[in-house]
Design a protein around this ligand. Structure first.
Ligand SMILES: [Zn+2]
Length: 445
């Protein structure tokens, strides 16, 4: 038993829910849902449980949200997400996210300042299983006899991490031609092209203005960052050119390193018979992958997503779970804290209403982001001095220079004036932007 469990036994003899939650074991679907409900019951004022939809076999995709105001997007408070178990047979992430949920709840109640601050300043969404059907198939085999691929796919035998619309090809074309570098459009019939689990996750991504996330896998130990897809398939096999950097490459490396160095052993590099310097890798330089969730986040939303490979054994035996939790705990918390770096602020019109979907452009980084429904934006960048422009249809652009330090986000607000010239040229186009008034605290868009 861990020191934490022992301490709780001594101080909390009647806290049945908490104690029950502390044993390290695998959770079948009903067990997982019960564990999430337990956390909500233990911490009702800082959590909310909701479903984003259901799997092919009808299992709900449940999310546990942590916030000091659950269910509400607070202005300038970033949204973060963790997604695990999209490959049904890669189960460690699922258990770690259940542990993390219990940990956040317990530590908040125990008065841990770091966790209280995190929950007060961040809205954290935790989806422990994106593929609950695949998990049940893998779990029926059990940890001892688990085949390498059994339960990986959903129940229609589709690999969910090869199931997102491919936006990379368009991006690689656009960056050469100077066209749109963010929020690339989906194909008209995308809903028919993806599995239910993927569909609900994409809708979820569209409903919340996520800023940072990670998806948790197994089968290796490394933090993998975008792009996953090779830039040019003709150079396949040529090692030097396989690295497929995003315009935010330095930032992504730093995000991946934050996880690997806060992890017990990932940063050492030698794991599962493979070596990764610093315990991180660019996706394409490891092996190229199309239609993955990580690249999709970056190309279609404001969210920066990395893929965490967390264990050599995809279905580790229960006796490994506590060691894995202790090896990942600090990393899981530190990574969430990264959502508070860079630049954030409001984009206002002349009446102090927030402007949604304003474009935020950082000079020298060919990837823009946009403001959320209430007009707030979050631009993760490394420390440095940046020239930043806010642009919105119907308004004159504004440019400011800002210096970003290593600690919390630097605030930079924009006040955009109506562009009367543009209004005369295209009177209809302004209506969307000007006609809508957004309350200071709105729900998800
Ligand atoms: Zn995986």
């Amino acid at each position: 038993m861990s020191g934490r469990a022992t301490a709780l036994l001594l101080t909390c003899a009647f806290c049945v829910g908490v104690l029950e939650a502390l044993d390290f074991r695998h959770h079948r679907y009903e067990d997982m849902v019960r564990a999430m409900v337990n956390v909500h019951n233990e911490c009702p004022y800082i959590t909310r449980m909701y479903s984003i939809g259901h799997s092919v076999d009808g299992r709900h995709l449940y999310v546990l949200e942590f916030s000091d105001n659950p269910g509400i997007h607070e202005l300038m408070e970033p949204e973060f997400k963790y997604v695990a178990n999209m490959h049904g047979n890669e189960v460690l992430g699922r258990e770690l996210l259940i542990q993390l949920s219990q940990f956040l709840c317990e530590e908040y109640r125990a008065g841990n300042h770091r966790i209280i601050q995190l929950i007060e300043n961040t809205r954290i969404h935790i989806l422990p299983s994106m593929n609950p059907d695949g998990y049940e198939v893998a779990a029926n085999q059990g940890p001892e006899a688990n085949g390498y691929l059994t339960g990986r796919s959903n129940s229609r035998d589709i690999d969910l991490n090869r199931n997102f619309p491919d936006l990379n090809s368009l991006m690689y074309y656009n960056e050469k031609s100077g066209h749109q570098n963010h929020h690339l459009p989906l194909p008209d019939n995308w809903q028919q092209q993806v599995e239910p689990e993927t569909l609900f996750v994409i809708r979820w991504m569209k409903n919340y203005n996520f800023v940072l996330s990670a998806n948790l896998h197994g089968g290796a130990v490394v933090a993998n960052y975008p792009f996953d897809k090779l830039r040019d398939s003709r150079v396949r096999g040529v090692h030097k050119t396989r690295y497929s950097a995003t315009p935010d490459d330095l930032l992504f490396k730093q995000l991946a390193r934050t996880y690997s160095y806060a992890h017990g052993w990932m940063h050492l590099g030698w794991n599962c018979g493979d070596y990764f310097e610093d315990g991180i890798t660019n996706g394409a330089s490891w092996y190229s992958l199309s239609r993955g969730m990580q690249d999709f986040n970056y190309l279609h939303t404001n969210c920066f997503d990395i893929t965490l490979e967390l264990s050599c054994n995809k279905f580790p035996p229960e006796q490994d779970l506590e060691r894995e939790w202790l090896g990942n705990r600090e990393a899981l918390v530190s990574y969430i804290e990264q959502v508070h770096q860079g630049i954030k602020g409001m984009v206002y019109d002349e009446n102090n209403n927030g402007i949604r979907d304003a474009t935020i452009i950082v000079d020298g980084i060919n990837h823009d982001i946009t403001s959320g429904a209430a007009g707030d934006y979050f631009r993760l960048v490394l420390p440095g001095t940046y020239t930043v422009t806010a642009k919105a249809k119907g308004y004159k652009s504004q440019t400011n220079t800002v210096t970003v330090g290593p600690a919390e986000a630097t605030e930079l607000h924009f006040y955009l004036k109506t562009d009367t010239n543009e209004k005369e040229r295209a009177p209809g186009k302004n209506k969307n932007v000007l006609g809508k008034i957004f309350p200071g605290r709105g729900g998800p868009r």
